[in-house]
Design a protein around this ligand. Structure first.
Ligand code: PLP
Length: 410
């Protein structure tokens, strides 16, 4: 019996045309797949994805995600990388993988808020305890590490209040006590300092065990992608995290991975531009009579400035490196309404969370409700955080000047 010609639909799905194989372009391709096909059953049984030697299923990696992982390892000085759907998912992957009932996790009191909420709401219901430590006191961390401590979170500087901790001392302490250290390296982005080489001498003799980043911020740089990474230097630790990652089903889209691959070549230039503009505006705001305190780790007098200087100071020919973020404390003699008026009056600075994209952003914060311990180094007043984008700095300064004038008329 003759086999009938396939139906048009089938023909469109199983089309015989194959483009020539010798296409070579500079930009990595977007590979999108759930299903990956095998030539035969034997190959299907043999394929391995754990060591990235091949492909089995879209969730376990494609050429696009493998390439992004390798470049991110280069950025941070790590050896293995996992991609997850957001920065928060990167934090969650680490905590969910390494903590079990009866364990304890230590989190800096100034940590990214959702990291604290994860511990308070999700981890606790599975019998995992958390303790918040003073990020500016290595002695406090030393006291709080107990026999049940399995993981110490670190962040440099802290979200919103921007204190820069003594990271090398804290990591050395974790090492000495045999506790895994995980750094939220979103601010440093692999550019301000090397998380796996905190002595900065290339020896790698002191480094965190895990560095997570919200790729959402500087690696994406566009404000249009949500993604996170979990980077390690130890294969056994990586495999532990990778199995949790696989079981939880965390994948990222090929289009998003390609967008980050497209942005990575300009990350150092962008980071430097954000940094230069942010420092200029922070210094300008420091002169304003309504501003009680400027919280930017590169500014003399800011909380943890000496620690920033030691770790990030040598970059950029001694100018140091910092992200485009800073906060100010508006003097307590001014009202919440005035601070709200400041934020509402800004035109180039938009009201919105996140950072790292081209557009400048502003957020007023209620710092008291975010902290579980007193914060003596913060002067009384209301905290406003600025993310400096890539607009011309003189336009941003003019925008700040007009809004400050409206909110705090001389
Ligand atoms: C934004 C951010 C995250 C979370 O990233 P998402 O991709 O928004 O989930 C984590 N840590 C820090 C310090 C951040 O700024």
């Amino acid at each position: 019996m003759n086999q009938a010609a396939p139906d048009l639909t089938t023909h469109l799905i199983h089309h015989p045309y194959q483009p020539p194989a010798d296409f070579v372009a500079l930009q990595p391709a977007v590979h999108k797949a759930s299903t990956v096909v095998f030539p035969n059953v034997a190959a299907m049984r043999e394929r391995r994805w754990l060591d990235k030697s091949s492909y089995t299923y879209g969730l376990h990696g494609t050429p696009t995600t493998y390439q992004l992982e390798e470049r991110l390892c280069t950025l941070e000085g790590g050896k293995q990388c996992l991609l997850v759907p957001s920065g928060l998912a990167a934090i969650a992957t680490v905590s969910l993988s390494l903590l079990h009932a009866g364990d304890e996790v230590l989190i800096p009191d100034n940590a990214y808020g959702p990291n604290k909420s994860l511990a308070q709401a999700e981890l606790l219901q599975w019998g995992i305890q958390h303790v918040f430590y003073d990020p500016m006191d290595v002695g406090d961390l030393a006291e709080k590490i107990s026999k049940r401590t399995r993981l110490v979170w670190l962040e440099a500087p802290g979200s919103v209040s921007m204190e820069f901790p003594d990271l090398p001392a804290m990591v050395a302490l974790c090492r000495a006590r045999g506790v895994i250290s995980a750094l939220d390296n979103t601010w440093g982005a692999g550019l301000a300092f090397k998380p796996f080489d905190l002595h900065g001498d290339g020896s790698g003799s002191l480094g965190v065990d895990i560095s997570v980043q919200a790729l959402t911020k500087y690696p994406s740089g566009g404000g249009d992608v949500l993604m996170g990474s979990v980077i390690t230097r130890d294969q056994a630790l990586h495999l532990r995290l990778k199995l949790t990652h696989m079981r939880l089903g965390f994948g990222v889209s090929g289009n998003d991975a390609e967008t980050v691959l497209r942005s990575l070549p300009s990350i150092a230039l962008r980071y430097r531009a954000h940094d230069v503009a942010a420092r200029e505006l922070a210094l300008w705001l420091q002169q304003h009579p309504a501003v009680a305190q400027v919280l930017h780790p590169a500014l003399a007098g800011a909380p943890g400035h000496a620690h920033w200087q030691a770790l990030c100071g040598p970059a950029n020919g001694g100018q140091g490196a910092a992200a485009g973020l800073f906060s100010v404390v508006i003097d307590a003699r001014h009202s919440q309404q005035q601070v709200d008026l400041l934020c509402d009056s800004l035109r180039l600075f938009k009201l919105g969370y996140s950072w790292g994209g081209p557009v400048s952003l502003v957020v007023p914060y209620e710092i008291e409700s975010m902290r579980d311990r007193p914060v003596p180094h913060l002067l009384p007043g209301i905290v406003v955080r600025f993310n400096v984008g890539l607009e011309a700095v003189q336009d941003l300064r003019a925008d700040l000047a007009q809004a400050m004038q409206k909110a705090f008329p001389a």
